[in-house]
Design a protein around this ligand. Sequence first.
Ligand code: C2E
Ligand code: MG
Ligand code: MG
Ligand code: MG
Length: 271
Amino acid sequence: RAKEQGRDRCAMFDEAMREAAMHSLDLQADLRRAINNRDFLPFYQPILRLDDGEVVGYEALLRWQHERRGLLTPPDFIDLGEDSGLIEQVDWLIYEQVVRQIARGGDGYVSVNVSPRHFRSPDFADRLLAMFEAQGADPSRLRVEITEVALLDDAPRTLRTLSTLREHGILAQLDDFGTGFSALSYLHRFPISVLKIDRSFIAGIGDEGRPESLGLVRAILALARTLGIDTIAEGIETDEQRQALLELGCSFGQGYLLGRPTAEMGGVALV
Ligand code: C2E
Ligand code: MG
Ligand code: MG
Ligand code: MG
């Protein structure tokens, strides 16, 4: 009897595994088809100067217009995209639309996210610059967001890519700062222009937050100031957080309080 139950449990487990695998296979097939159909678009979230509320730029955030499931955000499929290597193709579909948007005119910058593996591919910078050339767009209006992981290995290549981009006015922003393998030497060694302070630190500011968050943010700001690097606080949701960041001397911010990601570059001079 016990043995039988054990077998049943195994069968159930196998079934769950099979379904999970099927689901991921389904999604991978969907992803391939979606790449062919170009079912991806950038949403734009404003980045503001905190003291006067001026919009200085936008972050382009990937969205998948799925034929049956509606609008999907990266957490729904980014792991699959990275594991299957398909994310690079999706990224290029996004960059293409961003470059076209920049070519239309306006001012301010647009930052795009680059997955770590993608950033290490040898022709990344050249291919990106070729897109600007083809569209007659100004590359200095673009910024790239990379994470600390992208700085981890093959330092010479990473340095070369960052330098090539910078020669064309494309600045690099270090995304999710404080969550990765932050080492002071990276910041020193690579031409990084902006630190984006991870949302988790900002979420810790306020009555329901964590007491140490304010101190951690203060330390990150001091570090950035020492290195002459700008800072953007991610995920500002309350006015209390905005106020605290302003008082601590954080120059720029992004978050639902200041503006949600939308399909248009909402209400600002860019279009
Ligand atoms: P990220 O680069 O750190 O982007 C910020 C994420 O925080 C976005 O999630 C944004 O919608 C969300 N966010 C902004 N303000 C707030 C806020 O006030 N509260 C909360 N709770 N969330 C806020 P999203 O769009 O789901 O993107 C998730 C991640 O997916 C991004 O994190 C980035 O790492 C990645 N990603 C986005 N677009 C691309 C892309 O084109 N290519 C690649 N490779 N990765 C992308
Ligand atoms: Mg980002
Ligand atoms: Mg971020
Ligand atoms: Mg983040």
